[in-house]
Design a protein around this ligand. Structure first.
Ligand code: CA
Length: 375
């Protein structure tokens, strides 16, 4: 359990022990270290005030905390004895679509007679604004959504529980320092704004989505729940995971030039069985490009804004990050007879990356169990 939680990681969460108020803690080995006395901004029920301080303050606090964990200076609790809470107040939430393999697979499944990639895809990171108010912390149950569904062979839509409930294994980026209305964040300014990374499961009702998404994009097929990890890995802990982006052809417009990929391994675990291993390093668009695009029109950003990568899928079938792709639209069952999610299923997304200490760090996982639709 303690693997991946050494001094080169030190991810942040908001935790509480029985009868105590939620405050910020740092994971070290099998313990949650209470860092509320290190900075007044850490003695808060969210990370927002601390994240707003900016990169110099993040680095100073991180160095100070690294020198204090493992000593008697700060209280520490076994990680299994604490409750973990949503780690930050989510501002705006944007979800991108940055995997070439995922976008191509979905194109082939949803629009089999057309080019899999739409003409804009290689020119800009496609995204949409999601629902920040339904971002929930790992472990929160997910109630099967109801809505309008209309299969290709059905003449009229019907209302009822989704029959094609799915996951999307993604990575999320948390804005610490926002930007003013009318300004832009350049690709190279990413480190001044982005505090850290969370795991994201963008739960998706494919039948609701397929019927509603033309022409304005995802709506109720996505907005019922988005799960994030309780732990936020600071960008500093991912310094050794930075790697080159895949070749981008055609070359992006100048405002999108630059950025790095991150070598983060993902595991999709369905009812205890690993069913896929998506590689984040294969993502076409970098998070710095996503943030530059998100603000190129002068849209402001705020502390706590969350932008997610979109489903992470690699080129091989066993690296696909959604059940839609793993079962090829429900037509090719995987792992025996599996297609979409059943009531009672539990999905856990796990993430790991090279650490700066030479080993690997374990990012916060994202768990959720499906509860039956409510009548
Ligand atoms: Ca998504």
């Amino acid at each position: 359990m303690s693997d991946g939680f050494g001094l080169d990681h030190l991810p942040y969460a908001v935790f509480s022990t029985q009868g105590s108020a939620p405050r910020v803690g740092v994971r070290h080995a099998d313990t949650v270290v209470d860092v509320a006395t290190v900075r007044p901004q850490l003695d808060r029920p969210t990370l927002n005030e601390f994240m707003a301080l900016g990169p110099d303050a993040w680095a100073e606090a991180r160095a100070e905390i690294a020198g204090l964990v493992g000593s008697d200076a700060l209280p520490a609790y076994p990680v299994d004895d604490v409750a973990l809470h949503l780690p930050f107040v989510v501002g705006d939430y944007v979800d991108f679509y940055a995997s070439l393999d995922h976008a191509s697979n979905v194109g082939r499944i949803f629009r089999p007679d057309q080019e899999p990639l739409l003409p804009n895809w290689r020119h800009l990171p496609v995204g949409y604004h999601g629902r920040a108010g339904t971002v929930v912390v790992s472990g929160t149950p997910v109630v099967r959504p109801c809505g309008q569904r209309k299969g290709p062979q059905e003449e009229m839509p019907t209302y009822g529980p989704s029959r094609r409930l799915d996951i999307e294994a993604e990575l999320g980026f948390v804005v610490g320092v926002g930007s003013e209305l009318g300004s832009r964040i350049g690709v190279d300014e990413f480190p001044r704004h982005v505090f850290g990374v969370v795991g994201v499961n963008d739960w998706s009702a494919r039948d609701i989505q397929a019927w509603e998404y033309v022409p304005l994009g995802p709506f109720l097929g996505k907005s019922f729940a988005t799960s994030v990890s309780a732990w936020v890995t600071p960008m500093a802990a991912l310094a050794a995971a930075r790697t080159d982006l895949p070749a981008q052809d055609p070359a992006p417009l100048p405002y999108l030039a630059g950025g790095h990929a991150f070598d983060i391994e993902v595991e999709v675990v369905l009812n205890g069985e690993v069913v896929s291993r998506p590689p984040y390093r294969t993502m076409y668009w970098s998070p710095a490009q996503m943030l530059a695009h998100l603000t190129v029109n002068g849209a402001s950003t705020r502390t706590g804004d969350l932008f997610a990568s979109g489903t992470i899928s690699g080129p091989e079938p066993e690296t696909r990050g959604s059940l839609l792709e793993l079962s090829w639209g429900g037509k090719e069952p995987f792992a025996g007879d599996r297609t979409f999610l059943e009531d009672g299923d539990e999905v856990v997304l796990r993430y790991s990356a090279p650490g700066t200490g030479g080993g690997r760090i374990t990012l916060g996982d994202v768990a959720g169990r499906i509860e039956p639709a409510r009548p």
